[in-house]
Write a protein that binds this ligand. Structure first.
Ligand code: AP5
Ligand code: MG
Length: 215
């Protein structure tokens, strides 16, 4: 299966994609994570995109589509994929069709995480991850079982994203509304969009996604 998780910043795309990876052996393809990895590794690409990401604006379509194409080339045919944060523009949606066809794949479902924008700032500003394994946490909604210790790998170091501040989140939401939401009708016309209540608690969202994928 090849699915898209579509939703604004903080909708829970990354949270749900990690669960699908763990539970179904699918592969999460997050362009945001790929770009952050390029920055961490101090690559020319990382330098090129840093300022754009920190402002909350979108990186160029060519860059992100090339990242997705390259990553798909490393997967075997039986590995399912979860597109997280891609496509984000009409041009990226068009590229995705071409790229999927080139890799002998087709898009099965677009899961739209429906959320109330007012809740998203709180979700994003409270978010942090394990600095070692990347497991995701939240100041209020998902604390480690033992305070200050990662549930997954036991590390005691955590980090926050530089773009997770209120001002940048507003820009990211405006970008979502202006450039990403308009691609939804394209997928609706194909009859492959399933809406899920992204305001429900994390387990409930996972259950709703599971029922979409299993139907
Ligand atoms: P990206 O990394 O994709 O960020 P984003 O779209 O802004 O989304 P987030 O990662 O912030 O949110 P999420 O939906 O993954 O939420 P999460 O699960 O973490 O992109 C970053 C930047 O990279 C962009 O601004 C752009 O510059 C660039 N970029 C990336 N892709 C691009 C592309 N295709 N084209 C151009 N530029 C691109 O959840 C958030 C928090 O809420 C967590 O703490 C979580 O624990 C909590 N939470 C999750 N679900 C729930 C729930 N149901 N209830 C309560 N809390 C919840
Ligand atoms: Mg994410």
């Amino acid at each position: 299966m090849n699915i898209i998780l579509l939703g604004p910043p903080g909708a829970g795309k990354g949270t749900q994609a990690s669960r699908l990876e763990a539970e179904r052996g699918m592969v999460q393809l997050s362009t945001g994570d790929m770009l952050r990895a390029a920055r961490k590794a101090d690559t020319p690409l990382g330098h090129q995109v840093a300022a754009v990401m920190d402002s909350g604006a979108l990186v160029s379509d060519e860059i992100v589509s090339a990242l997705i194409d390259e990553k798909l080339g490393t997967l075997s045919a039986e590995q399912g994929t979860i597109f997280d944060g891609y496509p984000r523009t009409a041009a990226q949606a068009e590229s995705l069709d071409v790229i999927l066809a080139r890799h002998g794949r087709k898009l099965d479902v677009v899961v739209e995480l429906e959320v109330n924008e007012d809740a998203l700032v709180e979700r994003i500003v409270g978010r942090y991850t394990c600095a070692k394994c990347g497991a995701g946490y939240h100041d209020h909604f998902k604390q480690p079982l033992v305070a200050g210790v990662c549930d997954v790998c036991g590390s005691t170091e955590f980090k926050r994203r530089p773009d997770d501040n209120e001002e940048t989140v507003r820009t990211r939401m405006a970008e979502y509304r202006a450039k990403t939401l308009p691609i939804l009708p394209l997928y609706e016309a194909r009859g492959i969009v399933a809406k899920v209540d992204g305001m429900a608690d994390i387990d409930e969202v996972s259950a709703q996604i599971a029922s979409v994928l299993d139907r």
